[in-house]
Design a binder for this molecule. Structure first.
Ligand SMILES: NC(=O)c1ccc[n+]([C@@H]2O[C@H](COP(=O)([O-])OP(=O)(O)OC[C@H]3O[C@@H](n4cnc5c(N)ncnc54)[C@H](O)[C@@H]3O)[C@@H](O)[C@H]2O)c1
Length: 263
């Protein structure tokens, strides 16, 4: 496979140690020659990431904790003098109708999916400016920023907040030489998903086949590196005139008004 050339890029990927979207982002950026710094709250997965990418810095930090974030940025500065790329990938889900969500659940979902993205982006911009360096931010949104379903109102609202933050920050810091974009994945398939899918579908393999057949325009499964390649493109100079955008990587899910079997 060919990868976008990212030589000279030093990029922090949050939530990058999981088996989901973050793994594909790390893969695409690493293969493109970027120096990658992988953050996660999960130390076991971070150890695995460190084995896979021995040259990378891995940092265990809870992004909801401002002190831990400051400490992480300090370690990154020691490691490589600071990053010029930031991928805000870490995120959590919530499957519950809005009228039953608790204050704690709402605060936690917004704490990770919105507030932490703003906090880290703010610190990233300030530090780049102190070093007189231009930078590039890519936020991971979701198809839920476009259209959603029952039990996802809070998650969808948070992902819409990310799209708004992306546009707004792009306007604010574009004149300073920064670009800010978002990537909105559709259903990203991974073998590990079958365990989760089992919680709502009797036959998880059939569920994935039905999803691909009925809810996507293209007939293949999206994999994590598909998301990573789009992130790599947006970080690269090939995207030098793109800012404030939210690009869906969804095999056409957001283009369908009805299921494909609707006639
Ligand atoms: N997987 C999909 O199909 C899909 C679709 C659309 C959008 N997304 C988005 O992609 C991103 C990654 O999701 P994923 O599905 O790969 O999930 P995932 O659980 O595999 O990855 C998320 C990672 O974030 C880490 N994390 C969670 N809270 C954290 C915190 N407070 N501090 C630091 N790290 C933290 C987790 O440990 C995990 O490794 C999320 O923003 C999600 O909303 C995923």
């Amino acid at each position: 496979m060919e990868y976008i050339d990212l030589a000279g890029h030093r990029v922090l990927i949050t939530g990058g140690a999981g088996s989901g979207v973050g793994s594909g982002i790390c893969e695409a950026l690493y293969q493109g020659g970027a120096k990658i710094i992988i953050n996660d709250i999960d130390s076991r997965n971070l150890s695995k990431a460190s084995e896979k990418y021995p040259e990378a810095l891995t940092v265990n930090a809870n992004l909801e904790d401002p002190a831990a974030v400051e400490q992480m940025l300090f370690r990154i500065e020691e490691f490589c003098g600071g990053v010029n790329g930031l991928v805000n990938n870490a995120g959590i889900g919530l499957s519950k109708v809005a009228h039953e969500v608790t204050e704690e659940e709402f605060a936690h979902l917004y704490g990770v999916n919105v507030q932490a993205v703003w906090r880290l982006s703010k610190l990233f911009v300030r530090r780049c400016m102190e070093r007189n360096e231009k930078g590039n931010i890519v936020n991971i949104s979701s198809v839920h920023a476009h259209s959603t379903q029952s039990r996802y109102a809070i998650y969808a609202s948070a992902k819409n907040a990310i799209v708004g933050l992306t546009r707004g920050m792009a306007c604010e810091i574009g004149p300073l030489g920064f670009r800010v974009n978002a990537v909105g994945p559709g259903y990203v398939h991974a073998e590990q998903n079958y365990d989760l899918i089992k919680t709502w579908a009797e036959d998880p393999h059939q569920w994935v086949r039905d999803f691909v057949q009925n809810h996507q325009v293209l007939n293949h499964e999206i994999n994590a590196v598909d998301i990573g390649n789009t992130v790599a493109f947006l970080l690269s100079d090939l995207a030098r005139s793109i800012t404030g955008q939210n690009i869906y990587v969804d095999n056409g899910t957001t283009s369908l008004i009805f299921n494909r079997d609707f006639t």
